[in-house]
Ligand binder design. Structure first.
Ligand code: ADQ
Length: 490
């Protein structure tokens, strides 16, 4: 194949935004969940990312209702209909817990946990993808000029299923997780079907060039016999249609996160944390409790630090926030048990009589404002995934720190998409636990000037490349490529 040359970022510059065109977002979950005060926006990277689309564009959001009843039919403060999909218990088990979270999630994350392959899960995945595609098409009947934007590894068959029915529809797909090397991808028994599913889109987009190249190489390895060809960043299908691949690193609503720093509730939260951890360096971790996030390696590195330097047992505190996640999947339940054992052991070993524990652990979801207070109060954020598509937590941290006038340091795994954009961080290799412990030490010891300089550069990168720029770039690109493909067919 010829080498891919054009990045999505470069392509974005040449197209104009389509600000009011309807959008049909298709994602595994609807963006609302039932909280203490009624229906509220669900936490998590995808909802955070898609919120601005839904605020600005009319259209619909197709997603699983999570088994809830009585969800509003429209997203509050928007012109977006919510189109719930109800799944049976067997579909939740086989499509969601099985194929999505025990086959595709580990496979796409470099198989760091062994992916499980079950024919019955694959059958359920195809069946549920058909349900999502049918629902998206019904929404397209209501909004004939809509852009359909499909998200993530749960729904990789959907673009082709829609394309079969609507040859001229503009369809985009965004993958929020990595695409592994072709060798790892090739382990999937249904590797060809999934690729064809994705290639139903006009644009298939990834966080980094590396993931995009891996995808193009997988296409060549698995599908070249069909007559498919990779030309630059495009994939030319046997029927002559071209699928564009794009690199489009996702981001956060930087303006909103920066504004949290000035809210009274957040300021009170910061003051309380500063009081609680007065005189100590506060290290923070904040993740979904997921085996990709390197939480165990982080705890072991902190343990090594405390072992090496007894003074740190009282001068440093490590606070881990863990959002409960997928606790109905075996590997996730096991992970929780292991993390809690490590926390207990480290505190048992290193708590000094009469002093606070060195490791604090909160297993719960927090509001963005509560999180912002932790971000503002933390001297060092530890983001140490073994692999992570992007990682929004580090972008949120640098934004809040900068807005709060802080000088926080970021320790960032080089195996995150974010490391490409934030090279001023203290980059680390979390597989090397001892090395990681030295990186944490290095971050603690950084002079305030060096910290501020790095922080300013990282916050500026996130401010300029925020989620609004990402959304408008993606939608414009999908519209342009969709129109070009439809034009070629005529
Ligand atoms: P996630 O794996 O969920 O997302 P991430 O990008 O870090 O990972 O997003 C996590 C979100 O959860 C952040 O917005 C953060 O604010 C929030 N969060 C963290 N701790 C929390 C807590 N205790 N309570 C409530 N919320 C909390 C997937 C991919 C990522 C990719 C995103 C977006 O795995 O690589 O960056 O999608 O594409």
């Amino acid at each position: 194949m010829s080498g891919p040359t054009t990045s999505g970022t470069a392509m974005r510059a040449s197209v104009t935004p389509e600000d009011d065109r309807p959008v049909i977002a298709v994602a595994n979950r609807l963006p609302l969940h039932r909280g203490e005060d009624g229906w509220e926006l669900a936490p998590g990277g995808l909802v955070t990312a898609l919120r601005p689309v839904m605020a600005a564009h009319p259209g619909a959001w197709v997603g699983w209702d999570g088994g809830t009843k009585g969800m509003p039919t429209t997203l509050p403060d928007s012109r977006v209909s919510l189109l719930p999909i109800a799944l049976s218990a067997a579909q939740v088990r086989d499509y969601y817990r099985g194929f999505a979270n025990a086959t595709m999630w580990p496979l796409l994350h470099n198989a760091i946990e062994k992916p499980r392959f079950e024919r019955s899960w694959w059958n359920a995945y195809q069946e549920v993808n058909r349900v999502f595609a049918d629902r998206a098409q019904a929404a397209a009947d209501e909004h004939p000029d809509a852009i359909t934007w499909v998200h993530d590894y749960h729904l990789m068959m959907v673009p082709q299923l829609i394309r079969n029915q609507r040859p001229e529809a503009p369809i985009g797909f965004f993958l929020h997780v990595p695409w592994p090397s072709p060798d790892i991808y090739a382990r999937l028994p249904w590797r060809e079907q999934i690729l064809w599913g994705l290639l139903g889109a006009d644009v298939v987009a990834f966080h980094t060039d590396d993931y995009r190249y891996n995808f193009l190489r997988s296409c060549v390895r698995q599908l070249a016999d069909s007559g498919l060809e990779v030309r630059g960043s495009g994939v030319v299908l046997p029927d002559g249609r071209t699928v564009t691949t794009a690199t489009a690193p996702i981001s956060i609503d930087a303006g909103e996160f920066a504004s949290f720093a000035a809210e009274p509730e957040v300021k009170d939260g910061i003051a309380a944390l500063e009081d609680q951890f007065a005189g100590r360096v506060l290290l923070l971790g904040a993740d979904r409790l997921d085996y990709t996030k390197g939480i165990i390696e982080r705890l072991l590195a902190v343990e090594m630090l405390l072992e090496r330097d007894p003074e740190m047992r009282t001068s440093v505190a490590f606070l881990q926030l863990a959002v409960p996640s997928r606790d109905d999947v075996r590997e996730y339940r096991q992970l929780r048990g292991i993390v809690e054992q490590h926390v207990g052991r480290i505190n048992g070993r290193f708590t000094q009589p009469g002093s606070d524990v060195p490791v604090h652990y909160l297993y719960r979801g927090l509001s963005p404002q509560q999180l912002a207070a932790y971000y503002a109060a933390a001297d060092v954020l530890l983001v140490t995934p073994l692999i992570d598509g992007m990682n929004l937590v580090c972008k949120e941290y640098v934004t809040v720190q900068q807005a709060a006038g802080g000088s926080g340091a970021l320790v960032l795994s080089e195996f995150t998409g974010a490391a490409v954009e934030l090279p001023q961080a203290v980059l680390c290799n979390p597989f090397d636990v001892e090395g990681l412990s030295y990186r944490i030490e290095q971050a603690i010891a950084l002079k305030p000037d060096a910290r501020r300089k790095a922080l300013a550069a990282m916050a500026e990168q996130v401010r300029v490349h925020d989620v609004h720029a990402w959304v408008s770039g993606q939608l414009t690109l999908i519209a342009a490529r969709g129109a070009a493909a439809a034009g070629n067919r005529r």
